[in-house]
Design a protein around this ligand. Structure first.
Ligand code: ADP
Ligand code: MG
Length: 253
């Protein structure tokens, strides 16, 4: 049975959609069965980022009880399985977020990992994927707003009795950050799953409607996502640059 992970943040624009796509792509490269789901129905960026054309059946139709989730799974040209959302505003009417958890249940039988790209904020749309998940993965940037919003999300998830798998810190560059990795770990008190550098390849890959894993496999961001995926499934791999760097600071990830 596969597990369902909600990729969440609280604050918008931290890199949830990018992380869902690239973690999904990296796990697929390791020959694991993965389904990524665009559960951010009002701003379906995952579907846009992957260039999903207007699909006949989307998650929106499933949440209107018009279709089964099995019929909303499509294969991206990279080989990754995707449940897109609808780009049409009309399809957003009569969506019942309460149906998400039940609708996704059968995906556990079809794949090892189901990754839910979530909406930002703490409204119904953001909370539904948490409620539908087995565990949550936080995506934060090294700044105070992002980390305090993540802290609220952790508390809400814990109140919903969801396990917090850990946090991925994205868009790290060499300049001084508002918050160090160490202070983020101390504040959130959850494992750090990995660190993704700021990398222009992420934008270049988007222009190709693809992941960095497929378009720029040697880029820093791609290698960092592969590291996280390897750890996720317990594969041995060489220690990354960031891992060595953090170990020197006394932080184990
Ligand atoms: P969210 O889903 O949390 O709103 P996105 O994944 O859409 O965030 O990312 C927000 C913006 O940041 C996008 O323009 C994306 O291309 C960019 N971005 C995300 N991760 C990186 C990265 N590692 N390096 C550079 N740009 C990034
Ligand atoms: Mg997003």
């Amino acid at each position: 049975m596969g597990k369902i992970y909600a990729i969440v943040s609280g604050k918008g624009g931290t890199g949830k959609t990018t992380t869902t796509i690239n973690l999904g792509a990296a796990l697929t490269e390791f020959k694991h069965d993965v389904i990524i789901v665009d559960a951010n129905l009002t701003t379906p960026n995952l579907s846009l980022y992957l260039g999903a054309p207007v699909v006949p059946i989307s998650l929106a139709h499933v949440l209107q009880r018009k279709a089964r989730i099995e019929d909303a799974i499509y294969e991206h040209h990279s080989g990754m399985k995707v449940v897109p959302s609808s780009l049409s505003l009309r399809d957003l009417k009569k969506i019942n977020y309460g149906l998400l958890a039940d609708s996704l249940k059968s995906l556990r039988k079809l794949s090892n990992h189901v990754l839910l790209d979530s909406a930002s904020g703490l409204g119904d749309e953001a909370l539904a994927p948490i409620s539908a998940s087995d565990e949550i993965i936080l995506v934060v940037n090294p700044n105070i707003l992002s980390v305090t919003d993540a802290l609220k999300t952790i508390k809400i998830a814990q109140d919903m009795h969801k396990k917090v798998k850990g946090v991925i810190i994205t868009r790290i560059c060499y300049e001084n950050h508002e918050m160090s990795i160490k202070s983020i770990q101390e504040m959130l008190e959850v494992p750090i799953l990995g660190v993704i550098p700021e990398d222009r390849s992420v934008h270049r890959a988007l222009a190709k409607r693809s992941s960095v894993i497929h378009s720029y496999p040697r880029s820093k961001a791609s290698r960092a996502y592969v590291d996280i995926a390897a750890k996720f499934i317990g594969r041995k791999r060489k220690k990354s640059f960031y891992e060595k760097f953090l170990r020197n600071l006394g932080i184990r990830i």
